[in-house]
Design a protein around this ligand. Sequence first.
Ligand SMILES: [Zn+2]
Length: 558
Amino acid sequence: MMHIDDISASRPLYEDLAGQYRAFEEALASARDGDSAAHAVQRWDARRRETQTWTSLVTLRFSQDTANADFKREREYCDEITPRLQALDVRVMRALLAHPQRPALERRVGAHAFALWTCEVQAFDPAIQPQLVREAKLKAENDALIAGAKLPLRGATYNFAGIVKFRESADRQLRYEAERARWQWFADHRAEMDRCYDELVHLRHDMARALGDANYVAMGYRRMNRTDYGPAEVERFRAEVREHLVPFAAELRRRQARALGLDRLMFWDEQVEDPRGNPAPRGALDWQMDRATEMFDAMGPELGGFFRLMREGKLMDLENRDGKRFGGFCTAFPTHGVPFIFGNFNGTQQDVRVFTHEMGHAYQSYRSREKPLMDYLWPTYESAEIHSMSLELLTAPHMERFFGDDAARFNRIHLTQALTFIPYGVAVDHFQHLVYERPEATPAERHAMWQAMERTYLPWRDYGDLPHVAHGGMWQFQRHIYGMPFYYIDYTLAQTCALQFWTRAKADWPATMAAYHALCARGGEAPFTELVRSAGLRSPFAPGCLRGVIEQARAALA
Ligand SMILES: [Zn+2]
């Protein structure tokens, strides 16, 4: 049984690693047959796993306590050394792409790795190393700024993870005040938030120019390792959302207003689907973990056994504490073959959503831990989010354990929010295309771009007199926009796939779960559209796919 305290990795020193990498390159250069080339690849891969375990540990510790000076220093060292280590990896990838034994290697490890390496090689040049270091630093500073926020509300102080729970309160005045506190912080920090993003946009644009691109869009796609679709396919999907989903989402919002007895649904009402307030899990963290054990056991030995391993190994940190990074994520320690999930439980239904979501990621990474290459431990993000978002929906029949007789209400809210999320997610994506196509835009112009996106994709949205957001600043709460450009459409593509699993599960539970397990076990050995096809799902890029998904959901929500 692997315990979190047993996981360690030594801090990589550049000179040591540079020597090891020289040896890998020499071994590759002298490899005259498939066996010796594969052996060199294996040694390189083992080294990458060690580095990844170290990076995961450093990132995790910093996220658990962003105020700890030691963790912060280690994180800074990581941010500095990572682009230098990336330069070493890219040299090996370059050598592999041009290797005479490439056909033999492709037979052993699959051709997809070569497509991924092509993306990485084309998105990196030693010349942009200083910008990469600066980019990581800006991201870390922004994370720390947000993690350190202290938001006053009715005599108490909250961090962002703590305050968002009031969005789900049945008390409308409290919801409003909590939103005022949240956005007042952004209004007070607008200059810093704008300056940070402005620098990130220019930095990324300059890197793309240095690599020979007109702007950052193509480089952004390569950094996301997208090998089988581009901006044109994404725009086709956005068009389907505009045409079919935005009108349905607007209808759901009108229904919501009626249910809440409001003639004007305000931004601070959007998270509440029911006049009683949203159902909350009926116990605290430990109680929820006991229910989760029962639930996963009931879902079969694969998930049941896996959850025991996570729980007994203390491979989770889910309580909300001050100084902890906002949000949830899953990471993994490839040398030890186990994942870790991070979250900030706040007593709302979101706890169950975040938990089942991150468990989906964790389960997939565990299932694919034996893949021959690091590159296959995780798929690209739009595929990875299928595992997580599908598990959120596949656990629906077990929600009674958490919500008692409110389970049906929870599932209905979940489905509604799964649908209304898509226009928002697409707006975040479209906005970023606008930003990187016009890097010279001023911060004020960017806020106007976001408002145009809200009019297109979220036409019901009404911020009233809230600070900051009423003037186009809502996007600044979306961390991905700062930290991981173009990482957002992924959630909407994956949701479209997850909703297909949900539909199928109602018709044939065992076959659907079998397809889900098989998809998780494939990890990242294939690109998105192939993984989707192999799981028997329709590609979200296929005309009519989204419309079919909406029809199923419409019937369920009738
Ligand atoms: Zn996720």
